[in-house]
Structure formats: structure tokens, C-alpha cells
Design a protein around this ligand. Structure first.
Ligand SMILES: [Fe+2]
Length: 219
């Protein structure tokens, strides 16, 4: 946990293979929605980042994730809860979970940034004290949707960023924190990490393959 205090991230969790497979299967067989849109779709309905009707879909939130036994087990896992407790300094009372596809797309990054907000640097404001555990369910390399974060940015933010948590330009973030504070998190399926979501982060849009991410937020 020293990592967590120092850098606002703790790398090195690992899900067992059978759980990764169960979650992946659940995600491919369950309908998804995209925020701000009504249509429901399966992951296999997305070809080259598009639905049949030509609409670009950036992400798919898998429905009813607590119907997946593996996810239910992870959410209540005592080891994870203990990690969270050490950081929060209390037992979390609210746990929310999301299983999300990010779809590979050939759209220019500037276009993607407009329609998929989390691809812009931002920080999450979800409460006074909270933290998030992330698990990659697909293999994630530099071209398949890595999570990118700015180490230690939870503590110190310039006023203009405090006033506008949602979208920070790359130039502004690198200019303030330095490119060397950036951490690009890659990992094989099942790899997990803990991050204080009030630090500055973004998703790099996947270019080659779809990314599936399980996110559990504790507060
Ligand atoms: Fe976020």
C-alpha cells in the first residue's frame, strides 16, 4: 500500500483465469447501452466501431452486471475490501460496478475526444473520499485502450483544473505536471490496479481491438 500513498496507484492485482473467462463470456452475451443513446446492442454488432445503421459507438455499458457470479464475488471479495479499507481508512459503504467495452475505431482522435469524454484528461468527483479498482478483462497494450494517469495529481491541481474537472487538454496537463508524471497502464487480461480516481486520468482510445474493463468504485 506504500505505492498507493506515494503515487495514487497500486498495480499488481490479478484475477484467476476462470473469472476472466466468465466475465468475458457474460459481456459478449449481454446487451449493452451507450450513455445518451437508447439503442441496445451486443459487442458483436459493432463492426469497425459502428452499428449497422452507421452510428459510431465508442463504448458499451454491459447491462445487469450483478447477474454475473464472478463479478458478484469480486465485489464482495474480502482481500479487495481490505485493500480499500486501508486506503479509505474506513469500510466502504457504497460499492458500484461497471463493465464497459471501449470499441476500437478508426475515427481521428480529435473526433473521438468530442463524443467519448473519458478520452480527455479528467478526474472524477464522486464524493469526498473514494477509490476505484480496475480489472482488464481483455489484453490491453498501448493500442488497445490503456488507462493513462498522472501520478500524484490527486493532491495538487491548479485552480483552473479545480474549476473544470471534466476536460483538460493534454498540453495543459503535460505542461503543469510534466510528461514524466504520466503512467500508461498496460496489462494482460485479468490484470488489475487500484487508483484514486480524483487523480487526473483518461482512456487512450483503442485502435486495434476492443477493450473490456471491469471497474468497481468504493466510497
Ligand atoms: Fe474517470
Amino acid at each position: 500500500m506504500a505505492d498507493m500513498e506515494k503515487q495514487s496507484v497500486f498495480l499488481g492485482l490479478q484475477l484467476p483465469r476462470y473469472m476472466v473467462e466468465e466475465i468475458y463470456k457474460f459481456a459478449t452475451n449481454t446487451l449493452c447501452t451507450e450513455p445518451k443513446h437508447d439503442d441496445e446492442f451486443l459487442e458483436c454488432d459493432i463492426k469497425n466501431g459502428c452499428l449497422k445503421n452507421g452510428r459510431y459507438v465508442m463504448r458499451g455499458l454491459v447491462s445487469n452486471v450483478m447477474n454475473c457470479d464472478a463479478i458478484k464475488q469480486i465485489v464482495h471479495d474480502p482481500v479487495l475490501l481490505n485493500i480499500v479499507r486501508q486506503y479509505l481508512k474506513y469500510w466502504p459503504t457504497l460499492i458500484t460496478q461497471h463493465l464497459t467495452w471501449s470499441f476500437a475505431s478508426e475515427l481521428p482522435v480529435a473526433e473521438i475526444k468530442k463524443i467519448y469524454p473519458p478520452t480527455n484528461f479528467h478526474y472524477d468527483v464522486a464524493g469526498y473520499n473514494f477509490m476505484t479498482i480496475y480489472f482488464y478483462i481483455t489484453d490491453v497494450d498501448a493500442d488497445s485502450g490503456p488507462h493513462i494517469m498522472i501520478k500524484n495529481s490527486q493532491k495538487q491541481k491548479p485552480l483552473r483544473m479545480l474549476l473544470a474537472p471534466n476536460r483538460q487538454s493534454d498540453e495543459e496537463v503535460y505542461g503543469y505536471y510534466g510528461k514524466e508524471s504520466e503512467l500508461v497502464i498496460t496489462g494482460k487480461s485479468g490484470f488489475g490496479f487500484v487508483q484514486d480516481p480524483s487523480c487526473i486520468h483518461k482512456v487512450k482510445p483503442p485502435k486495434i481491438s476492443n477493450r473490456l474493463l471491469l471497474q468497481i468504485r468504493y466510497s
